[in-house]
Design a binder for this molecule. Structure first.
Ligand code: KG4
Ligand code: ZN
Length: 344
């Protein structure tokens, strides 16, 4: 085991993630989620998330240090997500990281959350190192982004992102329309098991020829959500039961189709035969299945880190900082703040 010993802090959404790595080796990955507190609102409430981070941070840091078997003074650096994400939630992590780094007199690295998701791949035990270039598709409750990764530490380009809802958010909102609990992704996945994905042809956002010119790699899920709402309304008006399994399967198919089609279009256009998947929506069985089979047919290899590293976590933030340190990057000055729209 070699490389810098880094503690990473992730608080961009509803997960308080503390991870510790030594170089490319994962030592601990502690996650406290405030998801239950958001359940009754059907989505993440920023103020509730920020307050929950404040309460969860110290116990999560203690737990991560204990699991890794290291003391605070042994750390070589502290890393933190400075954006993008929920402003108040980010501020809690950034404040804690600055306090920790100053009091320990250790270097501090502010890192980008999306690039952190790509760095999760590094910690995947027993896999060959990430090869460049790679296309990365990151899908969660907070983001849906397609990136061209030429080098993790120096050259990551955002190709496209969602223009409205994130894919996970679309799952959560449609679940609500179907009277399913939050978080909606796993619920829809379950409800879709016996459904026919071709029963209803729901719209694929930004996929028409006229949209592709300006939005080839961008996503939109609000029209799809509205189409499901209309369907439910029509069933209610006609006094017939909503065919839950078919609606869930057809909705899921529309999301999966557009995600995989656009990711593989980027691979083909840019001549990149590698695709990395990340974010909590990767838990979706159909998404993994369709991505793997269509990628194989297109000659593209797919990498999917274990789910514990795909959902928001501090280990990926620590891993990215460890790479930055190893590549000679200087630490951040204390002048940085939380930036909810931080570009890659
Ligand atoms: O990355 P993540 O854990 O955290 C946040 O974005 O905060 O992603 C959570 C999102 C939620 O929107 C959830 O509904 C979605 O991922 N999700 C899924 C599945 N499991 C979780 N979406 C589709 N299918 C799933 N099986
Ligand atoms: Zn994320």
């Amino acid at each position: 085991m070699s490389g810098p010993l880094v503690l990473g802090i992730e608080t961009s959404c509803d997960e308080t993630g503390i991870g510790i790595v030594r170089g490319r080796t994962l030592l601990s990955n502690t996650i406290a989620s405030s998801m239950d507190e958001h359940a009754r609102y059907g989505g993440v409430v920023p103020e509730v998330a920020a307050r929950a981070h404040l309460e969860a941070l110290q116990p999560a840091i203690d737990a991560a240090l204990a699991e890794a078997g290291v003391g605070l003074h042994e750390l070589d650096a502290v890393a933190v997500t400075s954006g993008p994400g929920l402003a108040g939630a980010l501020m809690v992590g950034v404040g804690a990281a600055k306090g920790l780094a100053v009091s320990l007199d250790k270097p501090l690295y502010a890192v980008n959350h999306l690039v952190g998701h790509i760095a999760a791949d590094i910690l995947t035990a027993d896999s060959a190192p990430l090869e460049y270039p790679t296309i990365a598709l990151l899908v969660s409750g907070g983001h849906t982004s397609l990136l061209h990764v030429r080098d993790l530490t120096t050259d990551v380009e955002l190709l496209g992102e969602t223009m409205d809802d994130a894919a996970g958010e679309a799952f959560d909102k449609v679940a609500r329309l179907l009277s399913l609990p939050y978080p909606g992704g796993p619920e829809i996945d379950r409800a879709a098991v016996d459904g026919d994905p071709d029963a209803i042809r729901f719209p694929r956002g930004l996929s028409r020829a006229s949209d592709l010119a300006a939005h080839r790699y961008d996503f939109s899920f609000s029209g799809l959500k509205t189409a499901v709402a209309r369907w439910v309304e029509r069933c209610e008006a006609d006094g017939v039961e909503v065919p839950l399994a078919d609606v869930a399967a057809s909705f899921r198919e529309a999301v999966v189709d557009v995600l995989v089609t656009k990711a593989l279009a980027a691979c083909a256009d840019l001549g990149v035969p590698r695709l990395l998947l990340g974010g909590g929506v990767i838990a979706n069985r159909r998404l993994r299945e369709v991505a793997l089979s269509r990628a194989e047919a297109a000659g593209v290899t797919v990498r999917i880190p274990p789910l514990s590293l795909c959902t928001d976590n501090g280990a990926m933030i620590a891993a990215l900082a460890a790479e930055l340190i190893s590549s000679g990057r200087h630490p951040s000055t204390l002048a940085f703040g939380a930036d909810s729209t931080l570009p890659v």
